[in-house]
Design a binder for this molecule. Structure first.
Ligand SMILES: [Zn+2]
Ligand SMILES: [Zn+2]
Length: 361
């Protein structure tokens, strides 16, 4: 999927450099107090498929927003009649009360029939969202078919230990349910890439994959939610033995930072990716032209600024993409002479945009 600034804005990310507006290099991207570097920001992702009354959703939205804001948390919380899917970030001591009060509001948690919510945490060195947003959506992860709702959160789930053992000992098909640009920067060794641009095309791509129906299939995604629906789809297509990695890559890396994973794990916020220690990527930024992960260093042909551009854009044959920003690409195409950097510093390290499929984990 093309990733663009408009989408990023909707997704509650950072201020963007639009081509018409240069943001002052001294402008702080962070509203409110500066982050205390001694206190790590925890980025917590979680979801649960539980039925929520449609009529209640607006009130829940308001209460969750107020709760998050009162604790100084930032994030994106998706609500739907099929459940919730969220990434919320802040200091650990603010997340704990958020969790207990959120669980009470949604009627979930340890002592409820819905069962415990599974929180997957990674670290950031600064807030990964600009504010707390809560949105009502038809689906909490978009397959494009609200009829596909997982009934039980524990069917066919493999814990990281079991997953790790099977990859070592058995002849299985490992299937990546994420997008191509996510697969490209990190994957389980030997995993099949379905070459997906967005999750909605999973059913079709799986049908075209030619994977034998009798093979044992192990599926994974970032935090598990996409596999919840992908698994039902695979079953519907006649695959008999399908399992998913419980808690996704994040959960696996927490237990096996040196296991069967290779590369980094794409995440849907400014960090672009986390490494196998679940720390913010030091390798990847977001490509200024297409918004996908980028690590090829360039010196901008327009302004000379050093930046990273993705190998797809660099390989496209368009010299205007050897630039540090859309702005510089525009001036390059127009033949303008300029040595002034057109780069918005906020755009560096992916502050401009992120994937259009926010809500995926
Ligand atoms: Zn690119
Ligand atoms: Zn430039």
């Amino acid at each position: 999927m093309a990733i663009d600034g408009h989408r990023a804005k909707e997704l509650n990310l950072w201020p963007m450099n639009t081509d018409s507006k240069i943001v002052s290099p001294t402008a702080s991207p962070i509203a409110g107090p500066a982050p205390d570097s001694s206190e790590p920001i925890v980025v917590s992702s979680f979801y649960q498929f539980i039925p929520l009354e449609e009529a209640q959703l607006p009130e829940l939205r308001q209460k969750l927003k107020e709760l998050g804001e009162s604790l100084g948390l930032k994030g994106l919380f998706l609500l739907s009649t099929e459940g919730f899917n969220a990434t919320v970030s802040g200091p650990r001591e603010a997340l704990n009360p958020f969790r207990s009060q959120m669980e009470a509001l949604l009627g979930t948690g340890e002592d409820s029939p819905a069962g415990p919510v599974f929180y997957k945490d990674s670290l950031a060195d600064k807030p990964v969202f600009l504010k707390m947003r809560v949105k009502i959506r038809p689906e909490i992860v978009t397959l494009g078919n609200p009829q596909v709702v997982p009934q039980s959160a524990v069917n066919h789930h493999l814990e990281p230990e079991e997953w790790h053992r099977i990859l070592q000992d058995e002849d299985v098909v490992v299937l990546d349910t994420r997008n191509r640009y996510e697969y490209e920067i990190g994957k389980f060794k030997g995993a099949i890439d379905l070459n997906i641009d967005e999750f909605q095309s999973f059913p079709q791509k799986a049908a075209e994959s030619g994977i034998p129906k009798d093979k044992k299939i192990l599926m994974y995604c970032t935090g598990g939610i996409r596999c919840e629906k992908a698994l039902i789809e695979m079953k519907n297509q006649g695959y008999r033995e399908v399992y998913q990695l419980n808690g996704g890559i994040i959960n696996y890396l927490e237990r096996f930072p040196q296991g069967h994973w290779e590369g980094e794990c794409f995440v849907f916020d400014y960090r672009v990716a986390v490494d196998s220690q679940l720390k913010p990527s030091k390798t990847y930024g977001l490509c200024p032209h297409c918004g996908q992960p980028a690590k090829e260093k360039i010196s901008c042909r327009q302004c000379g600024h050093e930046d990273v551009v993705c190998n797809h854009c660099l390989g496209s044959g368009d010299p205007a993409l050897h630039t540090c920003s859309k702005n510089c690409a525009h001036h390059f195409r127009m033949g303008h002479k300029s040595t002034r950097p057109h780069l918005d510093p906020l755009r560096r390290r992916g502050l401009e945009s992120t994937s259009g499929s926010r809500g995926n984990q």
